[in-house]
Design a protein around this ligand. Sequence first.
Ligand SMILES: [Zn+2]
Length: 280
Amino acid sequence: MTIQPLPVPTRIFGGEGLISYASRHAARNGTSVEEIERALSQTGAMPKTSHRHTRERLQAWRDLGALHHTAFTTPPEIAGAEVIDRPLCLRCTDGADATGRLPRIGWVCARHRRWLGAQQHDIRAAPELVAAERHYRRVLAPRGILVRSPVMQLARECAIVRTGRSILATRSRRGGISNLSLLTYPETVRTARLITNPGFNTRMLQPELRPGERHALCVRATTGFFLEAEDDESWRAAHRITAMFNAIARELEKRASTASPQSTQTSDAALATAWTIWGR
Ligand SMILES: [Zn+2]
């Protein structure tokens, strides 16, 4: 049965999910999602016991909104990592509350220079955050790094212990914001770029490398990495990164000892395995 679009059209936002769009579209047409779905199931246009994401339900709402067949197709998971459903930029949505999945975008709307964390902030006074976002999209997104991934969490922890207090104070004063994730975003992205850098990974995961040698490599790679960091702070961050690579190296060794000799991986595949172990 063909479902006709609702009379008042509703534009879908990039990455917007079914629940978000359906609520807005129904409200603009003076009704609710439940009312519409009840009517559709009474006429047999939609199964009665439709689960949240059945194919029929997705298609019904595409029809109701006269949407492209690619609407609602952003996957909830990529390579085993969750693509979180999060509030979209309030400037992009003209103030409408909408949520969506944006796997290739970090925590900043570069167009409106807006922080997209739990609380959105205008960050026009902090251009380094927008610059960091460009690095996220150009380098981290193609490496499959998602905003809530373990790699980003570790990078954030390192950035918080390593970013100089005076830098944080200056950024906080300029933007009038005290959110630590926001203030350390440039260092977080920088650390995540290092952690996922293919050359750095190849060095850190050399076969037969001892943990002490691995730590020395890590200290060398991160020396002078953060402005104004105290030595002990640098050491703490390097220690966390080394611990992560030690864990990956142990797992790779375990897998190699049980694998057949023919299954030797190419370096790209080995790298992908390493990141899968840690979680992107
Ligand atoms: Zn925006």
